[in-house]
Design a protein around this ligand. Structure first.
Ligand SMILES: [Zn+2]
Length: 379
């Protein structure tokens, strides 16, 4: 495996790879502020076009100076295209919207407004938000969908990628953005579980030339297992020097597995959602690399459990976050039981520090292999 790229240069700073991006869905990582994220060693966040176009809406975001200014986050932001959320909504119930070659129309439950998302609109929105990485709108599928559905998805994804790229180039030229100022544009590779379709999609997108790629489609099978074979195959279709984002893959063990395949960008709502539900992550050793302790290198600590009541130790002995340096598991249990908002902040902060530490351990391993001194992001 060739891990040629260890740094990704973006308009709002350099990303050291691999890196984990928490989901700041509506422009905020719930219960944390930007300084908390910096303290955790988080380098970048993902924000969701689909949700932000509804709340607070693109004209409000523009009035507030774009996503960076609005959220007080001066570091890189990747926006998604909105396609995955629209797909999930329509798949859940077709009364919420429909998809055609033109684009996606949807009306979320309880909303009195219809929203239209075309490839051009998705790119316009992401650029108006000030994103560092813009992602092409794609036609998402589930691996269990029929071959015909996957074929249709690949055809549409390629066509939409072409329209996204044209719109992106048009706006970049119009705004006269230099090479350093312009965001990166990522294509998304679809094709379900079919090697043939994945190759067809990757070849067409590579010919159009993008700055990086995302693995498209639901990444788990119906039993919740990672689709390792097709995810690894898809990575091999793209030259190693082009970064690949394992979209939505966030379980720590799955991240390590995808990293070993050559993926270097990860985002998921899982660590922050788990934190809010009192499921905290802890390394079982101070420095062992995941590969050396397959399956046993981290454990869960359930703070709402009765066993936590009189636990006077930290969540993890190997964590340097605010939560672990200052508070006990028993105190966290108490905060959880009385529904204090401090619990949400401390628990989220801890799980994100765990994810950042996991990335640091992987980077250390990578740097040792390449003979480079490891470094933490400096703010
Ligand atoms: Zn901690």
């Amino acid at each position: 495996m060739n891990f040629a790229r260890t740094i990704l240069a973006l308009p709002h700073g350099l990303l050291q790879l691999p890196t984990f991006l928490p989901d700041a869905t509506l422009g905020v990582v719930r219960s944390l502020d930007s300084a908390d994220l910096e303290q955790c060693g988080i380098q970048a966040v993902v924000m969701n076009t689909f949700h932000l176009m509804q709340r607070p809406g693109s004209s409000t975001i523009t009035s507030l100076g774009g996503l960076h200014k609005m959220s007080g986050w001066p570091h890189p932001i990747i926006t998604d295209s909105g396609g995955f959320q629209a797909y999930s909504l329509i798949r859940q119930n077709s009364k919420y919207g429909h998809m055609s070659d033109k684009g996606i129309t949807f009306q979320p439950d309880g909303s009195d407004r219809k929203f239209h998302l075309t490839p051009e609109k998705s790119v316009q929105l992401q650029l108006s938000y000030g994103a560092d990485v813009v992602v092409c709108l794609d036609d998402c599928t589930h691996v269990d969908d029929s071959f015909e559905t996957q074929q249709e998805s690949v055809r549409r994804t390629i066509e939409w990628a072409r329209r996204c790229k044209n719109e992106f180039q048009h706006i970049v030229e119009q705004k006269r953005l230099s090479q350093e100022e312009r965001p990166l544009l990522f294509g998304v590779i679809q094709g379900g579980g079919s090697h043939e379709l994945r190759r067809q999609c990757a070849d067409a997108l590579l010919e159009m030339s993008f700055d990086g790629f995302g693995y498209g489609g639901w990444p788990l099978d119906s039993d919740g297992h990672l689709l390792s074979d097709i995810i690894a195959y898809t990575r091999e279709l793209v030259p190693p020097e082009l970064p690949m984002h394992a979209l939505g893959i966030g379980h720590p063990a799955n991240i390590v597995e995808c990293y070993r395949m050559g993926y270097t960008l990860f985002d998921s709502a899982m660590p922050t959602r788990d934190a809010r539900h009192a499921r905290l992550y802890a390394f079982t050793t101070p420095d062992a690399l995941p590969a050396q302790r397959e399956g046993k290198w981290f454990s869960y600590l359930y703070v709402n459990d009765d066993k936590a009541i009189k636990n006077d130790g930290p969540v993890s002995r190997f964590c340097d976050c605010l939560c672990c340096s200052r508070y006990t598991v028993g105190y966290l249990h108490h905060l959880f039981k009385i529904n204090d908002s401090l619990f949400l902040r401390l628990a989220t902060l801890h799980n994100l520090r765990f994810m950042a530490q996991l990335m640091e351990r992987l980077r250390t391993e990578q740097n040792e292999q390449q003979g480079i001194q490891p470094a933490r992001p400096a703010y």
